[in-house]
Write a protein that binds this ligand. Structure first.
Ligand code: SF4
Ligand code: SF4
Ligand code: SF4
Length: 355
């Protein structure tokens, strides 16, 4: 075994240490989880030449190739040079040469310059899904140059609608595509289907007005799912042309204090969303005194406090008029306790009838 292996350097280079000493797993970014299938040839070549022939779909939608020997890392990095350029520069407009040097001090021809900002994951969105309000992978590709490369850690999950199949509630910065629904009263035949669907599938904000034969809407709690539009037989409900986003903040998994994220922004435009994300690096570096370390975004917000987070993240941002910002956020961590306050069975028995 090579005792000179710098595990940390390998990790920054996106090679994760294996349980087998001297072996690593390469994680290749696929922003938004969508990529030309031609790259499967490359995955096959690397896994058969340097791994054991298998690859794993990473939980963050990366191509993960295991069993790569430490001494082969340079050769594997050479193999992925074009992939990185084509995906990061070609699809996502990341200036790898410039940014990688300036931001993280690594050369592009040595593979990935950093593992800090994790691969942006996304559901299939409206590329395929009938419920989708947005094109999720196109959004991911617009976000990629804002957050990558950077040593500051951030996990972003994108879901195309409030069904949240991609778990925006369980990451640092969850993005959900939402629609403002437009009601074309003149097309409405008063069948009441939209109200029934909203009742059974969403937030119960529609009702059929028996006097007018038209639909009343309680504007307070529409989640922008578009189920009403999807089911209306006369297209009396349509999605707004403009796309909107809900941002869920500070969710996380993990051993110690997993928790569900909370709503930070609602009805944000794409421009607002991208501007806010542009401040993530500034916020992270401020909290960590410009020394990146492995901490979930939720922990950073805990350190700074939501008010400070909000101040930095909204600095210089032009909020679209529809955008609502959470005044305050109170997180609820899961607390693991060994007994969950449940009394042992024997005590229950003693406390039974007549005790
Ligand atoms: S979150 Fe919505 S758009 Fe995405 S896969 Fe699920 S139902 Fe479809
Ligand atoms: S489903 Fe369409 S047509 Fe029927 S009540 Fe609702 S808006 Fe009117
Ligand atoms: S978008 Fe969803 S929540 Fe809003 S009215 Fe339609 S079905 Fe109800």
């Amino acid at each position: 075994m090579n005792h000179d292996i710098n595990i940390k350097e390998c990790r920054i280079n996106c090679f994760r240490e294996s349980k087998v000493p001297g072996e690593f797993m390469l994680q290749m970014r696929v922003p938004g989880g969508m990529i030309d299938s031609k790259y499967l040839d490359l995955i096959q070549k690397i896994s058969k030449t340097y791994g054991d022939g298998n690859f794993h779909f990473g939980t963050r939608q990366t191509f993960d190739i295991c069993r790569i020997k430490y001494e082969d890392i340079d050769k594997v990095n050479k193999c992925i040079e074009d992939y990185i350029k084509e995906v990061e520069e070609g699809l996502c407009d990341v200036d790898m040469d410039l940014v990688a040097h300036e931001k993280v001090g690594r050369k592009v021809n040595t593979g990935y310059p950093t593992i800090g900002a994790r691969n942006i994951s996304a559901c299939i969105g409206n590329y395929h899904c009938i419920c989708g309000n947005i094109n999720t992978f196109e959004l991911a590709r617009k976000i990629e140059p804002i957050i990558f490369p950077s040593h500051y850690h951030i996990k972003i999950n994108i879901s195309g609608c409030p069904n949240d199949c991609n778990k925006a509630h369980l990451c640092d910065f969850g993005i959900i595509g939402v629609s403002k629904l437009v009601y074309h009263k003149e097309r409405c035949i008063g069948c009441g289907l939209c109200a029934k669907i909203c009742e059974s599938h969403a937030t119960r904000v529609l009702s059929l007005n028996k006097e007018t034969g038209k639909i009343d809407k309680d504007e307070c709690c529409c989640v922008g799912c578009s189920e009403c539009a999807r089911h209306c037989p006369t297209s009396a409900w349509t999605r707004s042309e403009q796309k909107f986003y809900r941002v869920i903040l500070g969710g996380r998994t993990g051993r110690q204090t997993p928790r569900t994220g909370k709503m930070f922004l609602n009805w944000a435009s794409e421009e607002t969303l991208l501007q806010v994300l542009g401040n993530w690096q500034k916020f992270s570096s401020w909290v960590m005194d410009y020394k990146p370390e492995y901490l979930h975004g939720g922990h950073l917000i805990d350190r700074a406090g939501y008010k400070k987070f909000k101040e930095i993240m909204l600095d210089g941002v032009h909020l679209n008029p529809e955008c609502i910002v959470a005044e305050d956020i109170y997180f609820n961590e899961i607390e693991y306790r060994s007994n969950f306050n449940v009394k042992p069975l024997s005590k229950h028995k003693k406390a039974g009838p007549g005790a």
